[in-house]
Design a protein around this ligand. Structure first.
Ligand code: TXA
Ligand code: MG
Length: 319
């Protein structure tokens, strides 16, 4: 595996060529790092599963550079999906749509839907544009971490997670730390009314305001299969708890205004929910790096981004 530490247009073009040639490219996005492969190349996509240790049959998000590419991958788009795409793309939102013939079973897990996203990170945008100039149509990319583990928000995290499973011709592009820090909001767009399958930085309220409708809640939502809906996920080696009391030697993650319990080891002190999202995964990783066995977290209260952080922490805590 090779690391591109200075992603100039020339280097990004080289990475796009690697994708065309069937290699894997880990790349930065504004949410978390992705592990990319040509979404039309079954062999390359199957390597994503082996590198992640992810059970096959879990669908992958296809990343595209522009709304023009939507028609290649999806069909029968409801008007509200187009509205959401126009409003929130490029950005931290994935739309689940009826798939076109291009979206094969090895992408969709045999379902008749496909997940699509246009990421906002400039390196991801440039990579997708270069890939499409070379004839590519879409890049399949899950988060660049082992199955069930904490997502990667920096190139170093990617190296720690999957570096040893990558091949000589695979690449990791270093684009700095992910600005948002948790995965995209997933919006199911196959029914008359959309529903949020995974909360994220594009909040329910933002979606409802744009569409002037109420969303389905997760509970009465569809039964679409998606691995983020497993109860256990995003887990570090340490045991994660959603409340105290902390004992001496426990890790501690909470908003800055909450004092560190006596003897606990502070892993992050975010000032607000935006910083909380940005720091939460690196804080969990820091706990593991320090050999901490138990991490007490105080999830932020409220909806919106707070709901998304609480969702990830709850899944990290589930065993
Ligand atoms: O922010 C993100 O979305 C990141 C970056 C790299 O774009 N990607 C990401 O991918 O989080 P992944 O594979 O770790 O999580 C994608 C989730 C999975 O839970 C998957 O099952 C679900 O999206 N998904 C993908 N296609 C789907 C589909 N057709 N129907 C329902 N869920 C789907
Ligand atoms: Mg993931």
């Amino acid at each position: 595996m090779e690391i591109i530490s200075n992603p100039t247009p020339g280097e990004i073009k080289r990475a796009a060529k690697a994708l065309i040639d069937g290699h894997l490219v880990a790349f930065p996005t504004e949410t978390v790092y992705g592990l990319g492969a040509d979404a039309t190349n079954e062999k390359a996509v199957s390597r994503i599963y082996s590198v992640k240790g992810r059970p096959t049959g879990h669908p992958l998000i296809v990343h595209i550079s522009s709304i023009k590419q939507l028609e290649s991958w999806a069909k029968d788009l409801p008007d509200y999906a187009i509205q959401l795409a126009r409003e929130f793309w490029p950005g931290p939102m994935t739309l689940i749509l009826k798939k076109s013939a291009l979206a094969m079973d090895f992408i969709t897990g045999g379902q008749d839907t496909v997940g699509l996203r246009i990421p906002a990170h400039p390196v991801a945008q440039e990579l997708l544009a270069a890939f499409e100039r070379l004839g590519g149509t879409g890049m399949a990319a899950p988060s660049a971490n082992k199955f069930g583990a904490v997502s990667a928000t920096s190139a170093d995290d990617v190296i720690d997670e999957i570096g040893s499973s990558l091949y000589a011709n695979d690449l990791i592009i270093n684009g700095g730390s992910s600005r948002i820090g948790i995965e995209s909001t997933i919006v199911d767009c196959v029914n008359d009314i959309p529903s949020v399958l995974r909360p994220g930085a594009i909040t329910r309220e933002m979606i409802e305001n744009i569409l002037s409708t109420r969303l389905f809640s997760i509970i009465d939502g569809t039964k679409t299969k998606h691995s983020g809906s497993f109860k256990s996920h995003y887990s570090p080696k340490a045991q994660v708890k959603l409340s105290g009391p902390a004992q001496s030697g426990d890790g501690f993650i909470a908003l800055a205004k909450i004092a560190t319990p006596l003897g606990a080891i502070r892993l992050a002190s975010p000032e607000d929910v935006i910083q909380y999202a940005e720091q939460v995964y690196s804080a969990l990783r820091l706990g593991d790096a320090n050999g901490i066995k138990r991490i007490i977290t105080i999830p932020p209260e409220g909806d919106g981004l707070a709901e998304a952080i609480t969702d990830r922490l709850s899944k990290a805590a589930f065993r």
